[in-house]
Design a protein around this ligand. Structure first.
Ligand SMILES: Nc1ncnc2c1ncn2[C@@H]1O[C@H](COP(=O)(O)OP(=O)(O)OP(=O)(O)O)[C@@H](O)[C@H]1O
Ligand SMILES: [Mg+2]
Length: 120
């Protein structure tokens, strides 16, 4: 089992959600978070480094069995990309986000007490 955690733009949530449902990935947790990526180091004001501002983002968490990892990740990548204004639509722009995949040790379905893959 894996836990897929994606940090995406607020503006892409609707598209990501819609595409996940279309691909039958229907269990999801969504949170409002804030953060910054690597562009933070470029924030220099009058020659001195300033504290980077925290930008509102959306965190998506999806726990899946191994066979659903690829489809989940691919779906998120496709729908979370925004346009950088140069080429085709939604070809990806700075700040589009990141996906983290971690091993998930256990999952327990509270109602039934099932554990592991079938509980997901
Ligand atoms: N290494 C990280 N650890 C934790 N959170 C991160 C990390 N990288 C990015 N994030 C989160 O993802 C959000 C979007 O990151 P972002 O897409 O700007 O990453 P980046 O590394 O700067 O890539 P890009 O150059 O494409 O912008 C950040 O605001 C932050 O909340
Ligand atoms: Mg960035």
């Amino acid at each position: 089992m894996k836990l897929i955690t994606a940090i995406i733009r607020e503006t892409q949530l609707e598209a990501v959600h819609e595409q996940l449902i279309k691909n039958e990935i229907e269990r999801i947790t969504v949170s409002r978070v804030s953060g910054h990526g690597r562009q933070a180091k470029e924030q220099i004001y009058r020659g001195s480094k300033v504290k980077p501002s925290l930008i509102p983002k959306i965190k998506i968490e999806i726990a899946v069995n191994e066979e659903f990892v690829d489809i989940t990740v691919d779906t998120i990548i496709k729908a979370a990309r925004s346009s950088n204004g140069t080429g085709d639509e939604n070809d990806g722009a700075v700040g589009d986000g990141k996906i983290f995949i971690t091993n998930l040790e256990e999952c327990i379905r509270i109602r039934t007490g099932e554990r592991g893959g079938s509980a997901i």
